[in-house]
Design a protein. Structure first.
Length: 269
């Protein structure tokens, strides 16, 4: 579950009428759009971008309701919302800007190299409690670490791994930052955690396979890795020229995609 955070106002000094662009939605997409947004306003000083954070659902609803021109989304539209808007859904479009995934990390000494999605569900629900169940005879009790429930990765993990009827065990230890997760796993022999692949990769964490696939730029972008996700922008097909200009900026290899690559994310090119 994701909380709506205070708005992030990104502005530059203006000498001409201000063109405002409202962007709302997924916390997972925010770091990219924030970085691209600052550069966009440097290149186009008459533009003011306003970011309001929440969830992918928040992004979809904001565009449908007209309170934002662009929604940041990292998951598909919920079935119920899709049914509600099915008569108008053809009036909207997605713009893919980057790829990401959830990585599963363990201590460097952990000999377990592969876990299935069902294994992960058993572990994080608390049903499987000892590493011996997965071939590490002297591994001991499994220590479960998780992002805080307000973090977007928590909602993504529930959607991709736990499902609607299972929950991360209350015995898990939660963290407010990815850095705290990677450091804690590095220091705890029996630990296991999940977080954004980008952050795990940057930290050099020990990543395990999921159903026989390691997350990599190739397996994530080709959706071979099961816990992959697309980071997209949602907007009306007949959006304003200002919206189209920003979307084109995000997907251009010379601007938005260059920024995404420089940040260590997986670009679309």
């Amino acid at each position: 579950m994701s909380q709506v955070e205070p708005k992030i106002i990104m502005t530059e000094a203006q000498s001409s009428p201000i063109k405002r662009l409202q962007i709302r939605g997924s916390e997972s997409v925010k770091p990219i759009i924030q970085k691209i947004g600052y550069q966009y306003m440097t290149d186009f000083p008459s533009v003011e971008l306003t970011l309001s954070l929440g969830s992918s659902v928040h992004g979809y609803k904001s565009v449908f309701q007209g309170t934002a021109e662009i929604g940041m989304v990292s998951s598909n539209m919920p079935d119920e919302l899709h049914r509600q808007m099915q008569d108008k859904i053809s009036e909207y479009k997605y713009t893919l800007i980057a790829h990401d995934a959830i990585a599963v990390i363990v201590h460097p000494s952990n000999p377990v190299k592969n876990l299935t999605r069902q294994d992960l569900k058993r572990i994080f629900s608390g049903r499987a409690k000892d590493w011996e169940d997965f071939g590490w005879d002297d591994g001991g009790k499994i220590e479960i670490y998780s992002p805080h429930p307000a973090h977007q990765a928590f909602a993504t993990w529930r959607r991709l791994v736990m499902g609607e009827t299972s929950y991360v065990t209350i015995e898990s230890k939660t963290f407010n930052s990815d850095k705290a997760i990677t450091q804690s796993v590095e220091n705890t022999r029996q630990s296991i955690a999940y977080l954004s692949w980008v952050e795990a990769h940057a930290a050099g964490s020990t990543v395990v396979q999921v159903d026989g696939q390691y997350p990599s730029s190739e397996t994530i972008s080709k959706k071979l890795y099961l816990l992959s996700q697309e980071l997209r922008l949602f907007s009306k097909i007949d959006a304003s020229d200002q919206v189209e200009k920003f979307l084109n900026y995000c997907v251009s290899q010379k601007t938005g995609q260059a920024i995404i690559k420089d940040m260590g994310w997986i670009s679309i090119g």
